[in-house]
Ligand binder design. Sequence first.
Ligand code: PRP
Ligand code: URA
Length: 209
Amino acid sequence: MSKTMIMDHPLVQHKVSLLRNKNTGTKEFKELVCELATLLCYEATRDLPTEEVEIETPIAVAKTRMLSGRKLALVPILRAGLGMVDGMLALIPAAKVGHIGMYRNEETLEPVEYYCKLPDDIAEREVIVLDPMLATGGSAVDAITQIKKRGAKSIKFIGIIAAPEGMQRLQEAHPDVDIYVAAMDEKLNENGYIVPGLGDAGDRIFGTK
Ligand code: PRP
Ligand code: URA
């Protein structure tokens, strides 16, 4: 049974509020996305397997625990997901990074895939798909379908803001995927934007509007 987590940590709530503010500029916006990715990564990796190891400290031998099991792969959905990669790598620097490019057709709101390059051994890795915005859910659902077609068996999704519509669509299409987000908003507007949301995440990260 998959898991859905909306992180209610005070630091997360504070940073999401700053992100929402229309007066937050590109530099600060990018930093906040990165910091939120680190905080979400901490929660999403809580169930990683560990094994007992012996480490010599300057004082004695300690029986302690280190990560074991399958390696990780991060797959940001271009463009906005890119803003989350460095924040994730701050905690899991050995993860490989694949990329999947999707954009929403502004009229139909349907996602269009334009690029996909994943690590060769994606089937053996725990995959974490990254996209700050889960709006209609179309981009996340399609990206995960494509990643599964290329062999991935274990996938989590990390986002920052979700709309109820997108969350439901993702849960129904991929019930095996655990979902971690920082906030669940009210609804989508007629243009498919999350309300209240934060606007266009890609444009705000890359300063393109
Ligand atoms: C945004 C966002 C998601 C998608 C979410 O990307 O980064 O990928 O929309 O919407 P959905 O849940 O309705 O599919 P956009 O298409 O604006 O491309 P960009 O990241 O290149 O700006
Ligand atoms: N993509 C965004 O960047 N923002 C939204 O509100 C919806 C989709």
